[in-house]
Design a protein around this ligand. Structure first.
Ligand code: GAL
Length: 998
């Protein structure tokens, strides 16, 4: 979230006066970086093992996909589109939910992730925080930090001390996977957008920064350290008293208004970044550790489909190319795969899905055009090393004849790049323009020479080139954009593309002037002309036929493919799949949905990929000259090979027969999850809420004892309170203010009498329940039971605001006729609190409902004596009921069949909240009153596609008269045949009687 600097809020904030400042060594200035020479840099780019690299990276949070068996799948999809790096946040809260106990096993073990990254051929930018923001609960800070005195993210012994264990442990894991140990990690980012503070706090605090950096450097972390300022303030650069090796800043220029996906903000295009970067970081590569790849969404907002529209392929063309224009050569797109806020890991503002409208959907699918668009861009960098060396200049009107087009040049002594866009970047009109390019041998050339103009259709931007080397061939200029090229022993292939209804021109030096048009109609949609200046111009029009292509052979061995962009989308330059191969293979081919790897083995070519339809394959380069065998996912394909070496084959696709059990016909069992309402309920095992002072120093408590869940170690899921009192006979009303975070709800009972609910409101963290109290007998004993939905903790973005400490629990209550202390409170959240019961699914997965405390949401709960009943039967009274059923799935092997559970969002039969459990993992928090999410994808691996599954649903009816959910069903997304192979199931321990469960 990008806030401007905030003023101190009138909240009675405690300043960090009683805490101890940590002594800091003088910054030892990159001492450790110099101990390794594998990752170095200059002002233009990073070098890995001495070679310049464009770090083209996408953000992926392993913890948002709790199926290690699927990590390689997503990483291969990232790699296949041309990325060579991924950036990962690491969520401290999930790894040290219990203070002092770092637990990173099973789904939390990062070693398989690093191994998969290496196998896929992706470098890693590790971002362990300790603060990460990331729309996760607490911004990655464990809930128990709310009890650490003083301001968080400042240089106090208390705060730094609290981070020591985590940093020590996580550093070991990262260090082991550094490039110097043959691992994929090449960069480390510490902290996150450390830039905003309330007045009264140092910003930046160099002492703080040096402490954090020292903590990491004191371990074996040797790769360069970078930062990510939210805006280019230059607080911490290579030259400030506390430094980073490489300075970086983030950018989310289109914002998050996904309600209006067509509307780009007027001043959204950054135009001053280059100038500022030249001021503050002139000698490090231009680094953007986070650039918008989609958008987050909150309760009640438009939803991610809309974000995918706002941040679509046009956004990528215009905004990403604008970054390349300023020279961003360490570039990370946030997110490339968003994933899921399963098990309460999300912050309170967000809902379960974290799809983000990213290139890869939450269900790991690639059908968004933005995925294919970035594939075109990323591949360009693999074959355009000159782009990394080019000097950058400000954008200008001087290269075109039309002021409506602005061009940013990037030049070297020979090769030049011209990044053209609409001057008003939001323009959706078609704008004709001519472009002047510089060439070494032919001086300035005004293009097109054989047509009137180029054209910029809709929102677009293009990278035109001049003096562009293609192996030992030379392209004098091309208005069409380069996708890829390869030089083989017997030929060179260049693939360029342009959009529908565009005119393009490309010129090559004459040699023997032998041109053949292999596809296209001379004089109609393509023409080839030699000039007196000894070069030849190919000029062509692109139709709106999505498969439109022209092919010209020059000099007998230089094949130029000129594709409609939509045709180019189907082309791939797959990786070899050999571990630690951070480049691509030599194979260029047209295929369908996904090409994961291409491996040449003698005279055999092995392709691995996914198809969603019968798919023609056309290998235009890289197949062995005398191909003897071609396989796709291990099976042999019939093929032909032309004289030019082009191989053609077809991959047949047969849709599997998918049989899903009808959910309403399952043998559902149910159990009341609010036994607390029964008269003889014994809550003696609950925690006494007896802290007269809160260890959370954000502001003083307003009740006689702390009723903040975090003070008692409860940070996740539902929290329940029991307030015992002796009546005096004069009770008439009761008012209580629970604070569960955005969109939270709560319900209140007196003994077994329902008093009312607060239904919640998106963006509002607390609400009030006001109730009339029935006549009570003087001296009689009673108990209030309050259930509060804990939506997650606030993040901790602004230093000094300490929003992590914004408590969850009862803020205040008013019981006329009684003192606050007349009520003796008990509290419970998840069983064990910070000593959480389920070490496998982690510290946040389960909340404090009776069924969760008992572990009944896991498979094999003791349902023998439970009643029969299904969620859609409905409840006639307010309360909480848990429903569970088992079913088998038998999905055909070899297919990726993404399954989701879909609720009906109609609450006309009563407002309710629901939680969905799949094999013990909380995989959905459904709040129909808020929306927008009502469809909950369940990853294979959580769902067993080839065996038994347990589904569990808590329905919390919040209104008098109960609630009746209108429907629950399956939803199947696009089915593909996949070459990925079998997916290992995530561990799903079964129910066992829990010691001490109440
Ligand atoms: C950035 C922040 C990320 C994430 C993003 C929005 O400012 O660094 O962690 O919160 O905003 O999705």
């Amino acid at each position: 979230m990008l806030f401007s600097k905030l003023q101190v809020l009138a909240l009675g904030l405690t300043l960090a006066s009683e805490v101890t400042a940590r002594a800091v060594d003088v910054d030892t200035e990159s001492m450790y970086s110099r101990q390794q020479d594998l990752v170095t840099w200059d002002d233009h780019s990073l070098f890995v093992r001495g070679e310049r690299v464009m770090v083209f990276s996408g953000e992926f949070h392993p913890f948002r996909l709790p199926v290690p068996g699927l990590w390689l799948d997503v990483l291969q999809k990232i790699k296949a589109s041309g990325y060579n790096c991924i950036s990962i946040y690491i969520d401290w809260f999930l790894l040290e939910g219990e203070p002092g106990e770092f637990r990173a096993e099973g789904i939390f073990d990062l070693q398989p992730f690093f191994d998969a990254a290496k196998q896929a051929g992706l470098y890693v930018l590790a971002r362990p925080g300790p603060y990460i923001n990331a729309e996760v609960s607490g911004g990655g800070f464990p809930g128990w930090l709310s009890r650490v005195p003083g301001a968080l993210r400042t240089n106090t012994d208390e705060f730094i001390g609290a981070t020591d264990n985590y940093i020590k442990e996580i550093s070991k894991v990262i260090a082991k996977n550094q490039i110097s140990n043959e691992g994929p990690v090449i960069l480390l980012q510490i902290e996150n957008e450390y830039q905003h503070a309330l007045d009264g706090y140092d910003m930046p605090s160099y002492d703080y920064w040096n402490s954090v950096k020292g903590q990491f450097r004191d371990t074996d972390i040797a790769v360069p350290i970078i930062n990510n300022e939210a805006h280019q303030y230059g607080y911490i650069t290579a030259h400030t008293p506390a430094s980073v090796d490489i300075y970086g800043h983030d950018g989310y220029p289109l914002g998050f208004d996904c309600e209006n996906p067509q509307s780009w903000p007027e001043d959204g295009l950054p135009t001053d970044w280059l100038a500022i970067n030249n001021e503050i970081a002139p000698d490090t590569p231009y680094t953007i550790p986070e650039f918008q790849g989609g958008g987050f969404q909150h309760w009640g907002q438009a939803g991610f489909a809309n974000c995918a529209l706002l941040l679509n392929m046009e956004f990528e063309r215009v905004l990403y190319k604008n970054n390349y224009a300023v020279g961003a050569t360490i570039f990370n797109i946030y997110m490339i795969y968003g994933g899921t806020n399963w098990g309460n890991l999300g912050g309170h503002m967000g809902f379960t899905s974290y799809d983000y409208g990213a290139q890869i959907t939450e269900e790991r699918q690639l059908w968004r055009e933005k995925y294919s668009e970035v594939k075109l861009q990323a591949n360009f960098f693999h074959v355009s090393p000159a782009f990394l060396e080019a000097d950058r200049f400000n954008s200008s009107l001087q290269f075109t004849d039309n002021d409506a087009i602005t061009v940013t040049p990037a030049t070297t002594n020979s090769t030049n790049f011209y990044i053209a866009r609409h001057t008003d970047y939001r323009n959706t009109e078609s704008v004709p323009y001519r472009l002047t390019v510089k060439t070494v041998d032919h001086g300035e050339i005004d293009i097109p020479q054989l047509g009137d103009s180029l054209v910029m259709n809709r929102r677009d931007s293009k990278i035109h080139v001049s003096d562009y080397p293609v192996g030992d061939k030379h392209v004098i200029y091309s208005s069409a954009e380069v996708f890829t090229w390869k030089k083989y022993d017997d030929k060179t292939i260049l693939v360029v593309y342009g959009g529908p209804d565009e005119h393009h021109e490309l010129a090559v030096a004459n040699d023997d002037s032998d041109f053949s048009i292999l596809a296209g109609s001379e004089g109609e949609n393509i023409s080839v002309q030699s000039t007196k200046d000894d070069y030849t111009i190919i000029s062509w029009d692109i139709s709106d036929d999505p498969e439109d292509r022209k092919v010209v052979r020059v000099h007998s061995d230089f094949y130029i493919y000129m594709l409609n962009r939509n045709e180019a989308y189907n082309f791939w330059v797959p990786p070899t799949g050999a571990g630690s191969d951070y480049g691509t293979s030599d194979v260029i081919l047209k295929a369908g949905y996904l090409m994961r790897t291409a491996q040449v083995d003698g005279t055999t070519l092995h392709l691995v990929g996914d198809v969603n339809a019968t798919t023609p394959i056309e290998i235009i380069g890289g197949a062995p000259a005398e191909l003897e065998a071609l396989t796709f996912n291990g099976r042999s394909l019939q093929f032909t090979q032309s004289n030019f070496g082009v191989v053609k084959a077809t991959v047949d696709f047969e849709a599997p027969d998918i049989k899903l059990p009808c959910l309403s016909h399952l043998q559902w069992k149910k159990i009341d999850s609010l036994p607390e309402l029964s008269g003889d309920y014994d809550d003696s095992a609950w925690v006494d809420a007896n802290l007269e002072e809160s260890p959370n120093d954000r502001y003083p408590i307003k009740t006689h004892v702390s009723l903040r869940a975090g003070d008692y170690g409860f940070h996740t899921g539902s929290v329940l309170f029991r307030g015992h009192f002796t009546a005096n006979g004069k009770e008439s009303s009761f008012e209580i203010e629970p604070q569960g975070g955005s969109a939270s709800g709560s319900s209140l009972w007196l003994d077994d009498t329902f008093l009312g609910s607060y239904l919640g409101e998106a963006g509002v963290v607390n609400g009030t329940i006001t109730a009339d109290i029935p006549a009570l007998e003087d001296g009689s004993e009673h108990v209030f039971t309050l259930v509060m939905d804990h939506m997650g903790l606030h993040d901790n973005y602004v230093v000094g605001e300490d929003m992590l400490k914004d408590p969850r629990g009862i803020q205040t209550y008013d019981f006329p006729g009684h003192k606050s202390s007349d009520i003796a409170w008990k509290i419970t959240g998840n069983l064990g609190g910070e000593q959480y019961a389920d070490k496998v699914r982690g510290p946040l997965n389960e909340g404090g409902l009776f069924v969760e405390r008992q572990g009944f949401h896991q498979p094999s709960a003791p349902t023998g004596a439970w009643d029969e009943g299904k969620p859609t039967d409905g409840m006639s009274e307010p309360g909480i009921t848990y429903y569970t059923a088992t079913f088998d799935l038998d999905i055909s092997e070899g297919y990726d069949v993404p399954l989701a559970f879909k609720f009906d969002d109609d609450v006309s039969d009563g407002v309710y909240r629901a939680q969905l459990y799949v094999n013990g993992y909380q995989y959905g928090k459904f709040v129909p009153l808020m929306g927008p999410q009502y469809r909950f994808p369940i990853h294979e691996g959580i769902l067993n596609h080839h065996g038994e599954n347990t589904i569990g649903i808590t329905i919390w009816a919040q209104e008098r008269g109960g609630a009746k959910p209108k429907g629950l069903g399956w939803d199947v997304s696009m089915v593909t045949e996949t070459g990925f192979g079998q997916i290992e199931l995530s561990p799903a321990p079964r129910w066992e009687e829990r010691e001490g469960a109440y």
